[in-house]
Design a protein. Structure first.
Length: 136
C-alpha cells in the first residue's frame, strides 16, 4: 500500500516539476509542516466529507498525515534502506528543498540514521532539512 501511495505521489511531483520547468522558473519546496490550525481544518473537512469512521480506516493512529510532508515515515517500511530508496525518488524533484523528521528512542541512534540518510540524499538534493525527535 505504501509503495502505491509513493508511486502516485511521485507521478504528481513529476508532473508539477515538468509544468514548472516549461514555465521557465520556480522551484518545488515541501515544507516540514503546515500550521496547526490549517492541519485541524483539513482534518475537519475530510472528517465531514468522508465521515470519521471512514477516515479512521485510512489513517493509522498517531499519523502525521495532516501536518507533515508526503515523505513517508520510516515505520512504514521493512528497512531503513528501502525507506531511503523511496525518499530518493521523491526528493530528486524537490529542488526547493524538503524536510524529513526522524523519530528515535536514543539520540545516538537518531543521529546515526540522520547521517546515513544525509549521505544517501546529498548527491540528489542538497536543500533538505533532517530533524531528530527523541522520546519513547
Amino acid at each position: 500500500m505504501i509503495e502505491e501511495a509513493i508511486e502516485i505521489e511521485l507521478a504528481i511531483i513529476k508532473e508539477v516539476s515538468k509544468i514548472i520547468s516549461q514555465d521557465g522558473g520556480g522551484r518545488i519546496l515541501l515544507g516540514g509542516r503546515c500550521p496547526k490550525l490549517a492541519a485541524k481544518r483539513f482534518l475537519q473537512i475530510d472528517s465531514y466529507r468522508y465521515g470519521e469512521e471512514n477516515l479512521k480506516n485510512v489513517i493509522k493512529a498517531g499519523s502525521r498525515i495532516y501536518s507533515v510532508t508526503p515523505i513517508p515515515d520510516l515505520e512504514d517500511f521493512k528497512s531503513i534502506d528501502s525507506w531511503i530508496d523511496s525518499i530518493k525518488e521523491i526528493v530528486r524533484f524537490l529542488d526547493g528543498g524538503f524536510y524529513i523528521s526522524l523519530k528515535a528512542n536514543r539520540f545516538s541512534k537518531g543521529l546515526s540514521d540522520a547521517i546515513h540518510l544525509a549521505e544517501n540524499l546529498n548527491k540528489l538534493n542538497r536543500y533538505g532539512v533532517i530533524s531528530i525527535s527523541v522520546g519513547g
